[in-house]
Design a protein around this ligand. Structure first.
Ligand SMILES: [Zn+2]
Length: 156
């Protein structure tokens, strides 16, 4: 696992979401001014991912200028550049960027359909937004999409 942490500028919301899905701590707050983004990056020791050349220059050693246009290519670019090894165990909430938790009792997850509660042992819950995640159709589609990108996954 890599210790890289990121903060994405306002143009990179989709990339931020995908990086979270792949397990990487990626902050994304819309409408942050450049100065706030830079302060946040420095304070939390995050790499600032940006499409803005000027902001990239201001960020100095903390900045990374994303060159790819499509989100697929951006994911590839980031993984290769930072030598990251993504994993597909679903560890981080794609919306909140915080680690998912395994509920101690199934009774604590009223949001999942009954068939999910019965059939899956690896249900995870986001402690902030309370969204429940399980290896269902949606998750399979995500994996399918990622496999099509040929990123070289570490599935352990
Ligand atoms: Zn969440």
């Amino acid at each position: 696992m890599s210790n890289n942490k990121f903060i994405a500028d306002c143009m990179l919301g989709k990339l931020a979401r995908w990086l979270r899905i792949l397990g990487f701590d990626t902050q994304y707050v819309r409408y942050l001014a450049d100065a706030q983004l830079l302060a946040q990056a420095r304070y939390q020791n995050r790499i600032l991912l940006t499409k803005d050349t000027l902001l990239y220059k201001k960020a100095k050693n903390l900045g990374y200028l994303v060159r790819s246009v499509t989100v697929e290519k951006q994911i590839n670019e980031i993984l290769h550049h930072f030598q990251l090894h993504p994993h597909l165990s679903l560890t981080r909430c794609p919306h909140c960027n915080i680690p998912l938790e395994i509920p101690s009792q199934k009774a604590q997850i009223p949001w999942a359909p009954l068939y999910v509660l019965r059939s899956f042992s690896d249900i995870k819950v986001c402690p902030r937004c309370n969204q429940t995640f399980w290896p269902g159709t949606h998750w399979k589609n995500i994996i399918k999409k990622l496999e099509s990108l040929d990123l070289g996954f570490d599935e352990k």
